[in-house]
Design a protein around this ligand. Structure first.
Ligand code: CUA
Length: 229
């Protein structure tokens, strides 16, 4: 998996993650332009002998170099706000997944259907095959249908954790006594890996997340199979 070794963000598997990557690239472009300009000005200042003994202030240039950065900040702030509100917008989710962070594993509940709930622990190194990821595999994956609006309800049983799946553009703190809500839509089948991203205790590093994205048909089969038990 070339994805995992890349220094960049993982390939987006949800529309919102695509938007997050676009915004990241946009912000980086602005950042590089500013760094280049300021770097050029700093270095050219070192290598010239232009001095003005009596110059103490100049209203025009000070007005320009105050307002110009403010305008540049607006060009970052507006797309950022757009994304912020887009990420929070939940409309007509078809499936609700409840993820509960615990020391140190995840509990999942599918309360739309007949009560389906299970715990998801990290798979030990002995239990995984050669092709699987050490410290990232779990014993029970959370299965979700692709091309479907999914709502995740996020909470915790003991201390604060964070349900974080980079390829889906999802990262939400799980807080005891609170129920947080996030939404996403997975646009392809596959396995999407994540980790807890709130320093939550001794085994913080060992409570990975695996979302298995399937067709709606396979998802419903999985649901009915588990309902029978
Ligand atoms: Cu749970 Cu870190």
């Amino acid at each position: 998996n070339g994805n995992m070794k890349s220094p960049n963000l993982q390939d987006a598997a949800s529309p919102l993650m695509e938007q997050l990557i676009f915004f990241h690239d946009h912000a980086m472009l602005v950042l590089i332009l500013i760094t280049t300009l300021v770097g050029f000005m700093l270095s050219s200042l070192l290598f010239n002998s232009l001095t003005n003994r009596i110059l103490l202030e100049h209203q025009t240039i000070e007005t320009i170099w105050t307002i110009l950065p403010a305008i540049i900040l607006i060009f970052i702030a507006l797309p950022s706000l757009r994304l912020l509100y887009l990420l929070d917008e939940v409309n007509n989710p078809s499936v609700t997944l409840k993820a509960i962070g615990r020391q140190w594993y995840w509990s999942y509940e599918y309360s739309d259907f007949t009560q389906i709930s299970f715990d998801s622990y990290m798979a030990s190194s002995q239990d995984i095959s050669e092709s699987e990821f050490r410290l990232l595999e779990v014993d029970n994956r959370s299965i979700l249908p692709m091309n479907t609006q999914i709502r995740a309800l996020i909470s915790a049983g003991d201390v604060i954790h964070s349900w974080t799946v980079p390829a889906l553009g999802v990262k939400a703190s799980t807080v005891p006594g609170r129920l947080n809500q996030i939404k996403f839509q997975i646009n392809r089948p596959g396995l999407f890996y994540g980790q807890c991203s709130e320093v939550c205790g001794a085994n913080h590093s060992f409570m990975p997340i695996v979302v298995e994205s399937t067709s709606i048909k396979s998802f419903l089969n999985w649901i009915s199979f588990n309902s029978d038990n």
